[in-house]
Ligand binder design. Structure first.
Ligand code: CTP
Length: 412
């Protein structure tokens, strides 16, 4: 599974998946599979019309559990128990949520299994609306949604595009991975709620001429995992990203940049309004001194051309003066010996609260890997403390870094 959709918050949690009658019901089968793959225990309940689109056997096979379809079936009631479904669930996801079901939820109707269970359920509810564009735009639907949101119901999507009914516009159910991410965010602790966090990620590309650049092997995975985790925990996240093919994590505002100078500009102008700054980008320390206006030619460069470089601005190094009260997190990529000394020196020199050191040459750690092995250095009263972590997924490393950020933000 893609790192971006790995949600540790879902492992071991009881999720109730309500499927109502729309063409998008087939996408909910994939959602069910993803939830199970994240380690959630999934109970599925379906409306009668949902079963016109997808058979309950599909969901039973994917969830490995019986599927609830009837309110007044004594056999099903003995086996599943509709109030039990509501009581057991830690999160209820309605996908697709049709205009009809949203209306019933908004008005507290309980005339079938799904609406009855939803009325009996008092936990976190996530709806993924799916309907024809005109039904979506209808004031009745929009007012029902506003009512539900006022009561704390979360929504994901709908997206815009071509729909099964032939219309083009808003109303298409969010993709299963997007719903999964929203579900993970619903279950994450909200210990960063209301905090503005700025994350930098990825490499920078320093142009030589219109077609060439100096870059590095950073994929952006560590920074994107940090942004995803912070957003899931309620932070308002801005991600300043160097060139990266990764998808923008759910709930994150992304600002794309190319060079160290562009990254410096975007980070520095935004930094003062943020309470934590996490600089995970692998910023180029040098750039070509001159950028050729036209493509450099072998004929003019000769056999042994020499490239003249100049220093880029140290973005992290200038942030403490700009943001005296922010929690500042730096990264140090090293290859081999001396990691502890280099990292501890950088922590103090750059005025960081935390510095994450990683040996990018170690097995399973480093640039393109899904996992990372890091040592977290933390400033304290005396000498910085250091905590080596085992080999972990980048998402888990992100969680452990942000646990420390959340602690340091307490009372600030
Ligand atoms: N960084 C930065 N601006 C730069 C270079 C690096 O903000 N121009 C940030 C990175 O985002 C990272 C940290 O500084 O958080 C890395 O520190 P740095 O001393 O640049 O690390 P290395 O480049 O690995 O240092 P050295 O070459 O001295 O080993």
């Amino acid at each position: 599974m893609m790192e971006s959709v790995l949600w540790p918050e879902l492992a071991g949690r009881r999720v109730l998946l309500g499927v109502s009658g729309g063409v998008a019901a087939y996408k909910s089968a994939e959602l069910c599979r993803l939830l199970v793959r994240c380690g959630a225990s999934v109970d599925v309940m379906m409306t009668r019309s949902a079963r016109q689109f997808v058979g309950e056997v599909t969901f039973a096979a994917l969830s490995g559990r019986p599927v609830a379809t009837e309110l007044f079936d004594p056999a099903q009631e003995a086996q599943i128990g509709h109030i039990g479904l509501a009581d057991r669930a830690e999160l209820c996801v309605i996908a697709p949520a049709t205009a009809n079901l949203l209306a019933k939820l908004a008005h507290g109707l309980a005339d079938d299994l799904v609406s009855t269970v939803c009325l009996a359920y008092h936990g976190k509810l996530l709806c993924a609306p799916a309907m024809n564009v005109h039904m979506w735009q209808h004031p009745a639907t929009q007012e029902n949604l506003a009512t539900l949101r006022r009561r704390g119901v979360s929504t994901v999507g709908p997206g815009a595009g071509e729909m099964a009914c032939g219309h083009v516009g808003e109303g298409r159910m969010a993709e299963p991975e997007e719903i999964l991410q929203a579900a993970g965010a619903c279950l994450a602790p909200q210990d960063l709620a209301g905090r503005a966090i700025l994350v930098s990620a990825g490499p920078t590309h320093e142009p030589l001429d219109p077609v060439r650049f100096l870059g590095n092997r950073s994929s952006g995975k560590m920074g994107f995992a940090l942004a995803a985790e912070a957003a899931a925990r309620g932070a308002e996240v801005t991600l300043v990203a160097g060139p990266s093919a990764l998808e923008t994590p759910w709930g994150v505002r992304r600002v794309d940049v190319r060079t160290a100078a562009e990254m410096a500009l975007e980070v520095r102008s935004r930094a003062p309004t943020h309470s934590a700054l996490v600089m995970a980008a692998a910023v180029a320390d040098y750039r070509p001194r001159a950028v050729a206006a036209a493509k450099l030619k072998k004929a003019t460069l000769g056999e042994h051309p020499v490239l003249e470089l100049e220093r880029t601005e140290d973005i992290l190094g200038g942030l403490r003066a700009l943001c005296p009260d922010a929690v500042l997190v730096g990264f140090a990529a090293e290859t081999g010996e001396g990691l502890a000394e280099h990292a501890a020196r950088k922590l103090t020199a750059k005025g960081c609260d935390l510095l994450v050191g990683n040996d990018v040459s170690a097995l399973g750690a480093g640039f393109e890997a899904e996992t990372n092995r890091v040592v977290i250095f933390e400033a304290g009263e005396g000498a910085p403390s250091s905590e080596p972590l085992p080999l972990l997924s980048k998402r888990t490393v992100a969680r452990l870094i942000l646990d420390r950020v959340a602690r340091r933000l307490e009372g600030r």
